[in-house]
Design a protein. Structure first.
Length: 446
């Protein structure tokens, strides 16, 4: 298929790619709501709740750029189909898991499958569309992501509490199977596409960043083996050094010639740590401290999701008028919502709504700003790295804020509220750090 294919065929192919994008986002938020029920059903430890999310996002983060390179080399449709098939099979294993370890391992395989799928969507859309049609095709991604953000927590709560055919929390993974099979069936409509000049795989770089990230995340979740942090940092420093001395690096070294893009990476890491960690501790507080059901906790996130979607739609016009200042406005609104929820727990849902609106404002302008001064030859590496640190930041947030919550929580409602307040304080620090990083981004460097 090329850009001359029938419009209906291209529309169906685009819908296939958007459904794959939605599956990835849903599988993050849907599991966060169902995770406490998973831990109870599998008789796991409190830390397993964090691993159910972190295993997925960590595997996704460290393999994302390699997944993109594989599409360049072997063909984007081929790698897309392999990734979807692996994602579906891993979802089935997740649904059949009988131990926490089995579920965590299957979640990591799911994340690896997503890392093969998501990088191909941009390339395949560019292979099908050109000119103004390409802009409209890319524009469809935003509403799909907003809708997925709204539906994920609700769907997680509904499926877990409905206990369809006695499946309980397992239904949140079983729902992936019909969607995934539909994507596979329709993937024949996608064109085969690959890079004109095939890059090499940086297997050493992939191995180093995987090991280093794992060594950092493990003690943060488990609250033990802190000695691993040192080797983790050393391995990641080794990864950075290896990128400067390789002919086909995983990351383009020229991206770090000035502080703008590194500042964007730091800002993305801190922001998504705050965002994903905040969702995690809210669910933990509601289900473990307030003894709310999965459905109640899912619906409690609805103000957050709706406000985020509304802000995303509004922010497009605001960015045109006010530019990068919208990023700071978004962070200010996000911080105000968190502070309100921190100081007046009785209006938690109102605070979440305000925070969600701030998130929508920030993200609408952040990514375009982060990539604004990237050179054409750096685009692929920059976009992949920015998405990778987004996932890593989410993993870090779940690990750190979850550990902060459990450091205080002893099973009582009072300790749950104390853990929530301490985690919210940490979120405020992360938001402040994001603002500093965004300020460095705006500095004139080129």
């Amino acid at each position: 298929m090329t850009t001359t294919a029938a419009p209906r065929t291209r529309a169906a192919a685009l819908a296939t790619l958007l459904l794959a994008e939605a599956m990835n986002l849903l599988d993050t938020t849907i599991v966060q709501v169902a995770a406490p029920a998973m831990r109870t059903g599998l008789r796991g430890d409190p830390g397993d709740i964090q691993w159910f999310s972190a295993a997925y996002t960590l595997a996704f983060a460290v393999l994302l750029i390699t997944g993109g390179r594989l599409g360049d080399i072997a063909g984007r449709r081929r790698i897309f189909r392999i990734g979807v098939a692996g994602f579906v099979l891993a979802s089935l294993v997740c649904a059949l898991a009988v131990t926490p370890g089995m579920l965590i391992a299957a979640r990591a395989v799911q994340g690896a499958g997503a890392a093969l799928v998501i990088p191909q969507t941009i390339g395949l859309i560019k292979a099908m569309y050109a000119g103004p049609e390409l802009g409209r095709a890319f524009g469809a991604i935003g509403p799909v992501m907003a809708l997925s953000a709204v539906c994920g927590p609700i769907l997680g709560g509904v499926l877990t509490s409905a206990n369809l055919f006695g499946t309980g929390w397992r239904a949140v993974f079983l729902v992936n199977i019909p969607f995934g099979l539909a994507v596979l069936a329709c993937s024949r409509l996608l064109p085969e596409d690959r890079a004109p000049h095939r890059p090499r795989l940086d297997l050493l770089g992939t191995a180093l960043v995987t090991v280093g990230s794992g060594l950092l995340i493990y003690p943060l979740i488990e609250g033990t083996d802190w000695v691993l942090l040192g080797p983790g940092v050393l391995v990641l420093l080794g990864f950075a050094a290896s990128q400067r001395n390789r002919h086909a690096p995983l990351v383009e070294p020229s991206l770090f010639e000035n502080r703008r893009f590194p500042a964007a990476l730091l800002g993305s890491t801190l922001f998504f740590a705050a965002m994903q960690g905040l969702i995690q501790v809210i669910v933990l507080h509601l289900q473990l401290g307030e003894h709310a059901g999965s459905l109640t906790s899912g619906l409690s996130l609805l103000p957050w999701s709706l406000a985020m979607g509304a802000a995303s739609l509004l922010a497009g016009r605001l960015v045109v008028r006010y530019g990068e200042r919208i990023m700071f406005a978004g962070l200010l609104v996000l911080g105000a919502g968190v502070v309100l929820a921190l100081t007046v727990p009785a209006v938690l849902l109102t605070g979440l709504g305000i925070a969600g609106f701030g998130i929508g404002l920030f993200t609408a302008s952040f990514f375009s700003s982060a990539l604004a001064r990237v050179r054409p030859q750096e685009n692929g590496s920059a976009a992949g790295l920015l998405n990778a640190v987004q996932q890593f930041g989410g993993t870090l947030g779940v690990a750190v804020l979850g550990s902060v919550f459990f450091a205080v929580f002893d099973g009582s409602a009072g300790s749950s509220l104390g853990g929530l307040r301490l985690a919210f304080t940490a979120v405020c620090v992360l938001v402040l750090g994001t603002a500093v990083a965004v300020g460095l981004m705006r500095a004139r460097t080129r």
